[in-house]
Design a binder for this molecule. Structure first.
Ligand SMILES: *[C@@H]1O[C@H](CO)[C@@H](O)[C@H](O)[C@H]1NC(C)=O
Ligand SMILES: *[C@@H]1O[C@H](CO)[C@@H](O)[C@H](O)[C@H]1NC(C)=O
Ligand SMILES: *[C@@H]1O[C@H](CO)[C@@H](O)[C@H](O)[C@H]1NC(C)=O
Length: 411
């Protein structure tokens, strides 16, 4: 079995966990003080800390999932000064990736951040925050100190979080939704759509740095992480919450960095790829806010996705347990080819992306080869890596303008 693949997976673990340049990495170690910061989320919500200060309206909303998680959602109903779009604004939902939250859409200046650009173009913008992230650590009966709170993977993000948020928006606006996902935010959409769920309420979907297959992730960390193995995730960390800034995970990262073959002075590059266009102060803002918690079970599920090269539900590890959960010995697959051929899709991927590797995107595109020609737009950006898609200073010109034309073609 691919020890190598496994290890590549472990790189996801450290993604976003390390400072991008030597000075910062040297001067600001991950400490348990960081834990305190995130365990008590900033007193201001996302609206107050990143949206209203620029003159936009913004509403904080709670949406409860069928399994009791209370998710924080932000709504930016219009552009600055109410501008753009007329009365019948179409809703757009922005869905972030793993180990981050909705704040990632709001770190650059208003003219460079997708959420605010969309608002200024007349869209009614909604930002999701998945279970476990700073503002979505709530549940009707559980709390984050209980292991049961962390008993889920991206299966549940696709099957519970996404439908709850989409149903809420649909009910409030009475309109079909345009969707934008980044990274894991693309995986959960593809998984849902492949089961023909949500598509009746979604108008179109723009998938940035699409992740469905993870077999070809590249990263210099691979060699060293080969010494690790997937079981270690559960054994070493043992906890149900996967908290990247916590002591256990930090110790693990420091262990990897002690190896001379791993260049921890530029791990952002080693992990996400050679981002062409990040603003250093945006990266600092990013690292103040992220990485955020997810469940250990979710990390294990992602490891399975890397290992198996197939998109399947969480594997309980034995035939018996799988039968118990799914009625069959192997977890059911998500068949991307089942996405209706006339469903409007826009995919944008980067040549330098170490997580959403072009080879894996090619596999995804092969699954979509029967898609109606006019309904699938694909953009390849040679210089972009994983983080450029959400934080790149040139992303507006290179991608977001294209996303907006795509939405306009699919009004
Ligand atoms: C976790 O969830 C599964 C169903 O997905 C359930 O069978 C199991 O009992 C749960 N475990 C805990 C500790 O809550
Ligand atoms: C980088 O961010 C800083 C602080 O927000 C801003 O003043 C500067 O103009 C940005 N640089 C670019 C190239 O966008
Ligand atoms: C996936 O779906 C396509 C189209 O519906 C079908 O032709 C194919 O056999 C399916 N693949 C698997 C592995 O079930």
């Amino acid at each position: 079995m691919g020890a190598c693949k496994l290890v590549r997976f472990l790189s996801i673990v450290v993604m976003f966990s390390i400072q991008p340049h030597p000075a910062a990495f040297g001067s600001r170690k991950l400490t348990s003080d960081d834990a305190a910061v995130v365990m008590n989320p900033p007193p201001l919500g996302i609206c107050a800390s990143a949206v209203t200060k620029y003159g936009y309206k913004c509403h904080e909303i709670d949406v409860t999932t069928e399994d009791g998680y209370i998710l924080s959602v932000q709504r930016i109903p219009e552009g600055r000064g109410g501008g753009g779009g007329g009365r019948n604004k179409q809703p757009v939902l922005l869905q972030h990736g793993v180990l981050v939250d909705g704040m990632t859409w709001l770190l650059n200046s208003p003219d460079q951040s997708l959420a605010l650009i969309l608002a200024d173009h007349g869209y009614d913008v909604w930002i999701a925050n998945t279970r476990g992230t700073s503002f979505s650590r709530r549940h009707v009966s559980l709390n984050p100190d209980m292991p049961e709170f962390w008993n889920w993977t991206w299966d549940e993000i696709a099957a519970r979080d996404l439908p709850a948020v989409i149903a809420y928006i649909f009910q409030q606006t009475n309109q079909k939704i345009h969707y934008v996902g980044h990274s894991l935010g693309t995986l959960i959409a593809l998984a849902s759509f492949s089961e023909r769920k949500q598509i009746d309420k979604v108008r179109s979907a723009a998938l940035l740095s699409p992740v469905a297959y993870l077999s070809h992730m590249t990263t210099p960390l691979g060699v060293v992480a080969a010494k690790a193995f997937v079981g270690e995730l559960t054994i070493v960390f043992g906890l149900a919450e996967f908290y990247p800034k916590g002591k256990e995970v930090s110790r693990f990262l420091k262990g990897l960095c002690a190896d001379p073959k791993v260049d921890c002075y530029d791990l952002m590059t080693a992990i996400t790829g050679k981002n062409c266009c990040l603003n250093a102060s945006t990266v600092d803002a990013f690292l103040r806010n992220e990485p955020q918690s997810t469940s250990t079970k979710n990390m294990v599920h992602l490891a399975q996705t890397v290992r198996d090269g197939v998109l399947m539900k969480y594997d309980y590890g034995t035939r018996g347990f799988n039968v118990e959960h799914y009625g069959v010995p192997r977890p059911p697959i998500y068949n991307i080819s089942n996405i209706p051929n006339d469903f409007p899709l826009f995919l944008s991927y980067g040549g330098q992306d170490a997580l959403s590797d072009p080879k894996d995107v090619a596999t995804l595109l092969d699954d979509l080869k029967l898609h109606d020609e006019g309904k699938l737009s694909v953009q390849y950006i040679k210089d972009f890596a994983h983080a450029d898609f959400i934080m790149g200073v040139t992303a507006k010109d290179v991608i977001y303008d294209k996303v907006i034309s795509f939405f306009k073609r699919n009004q």
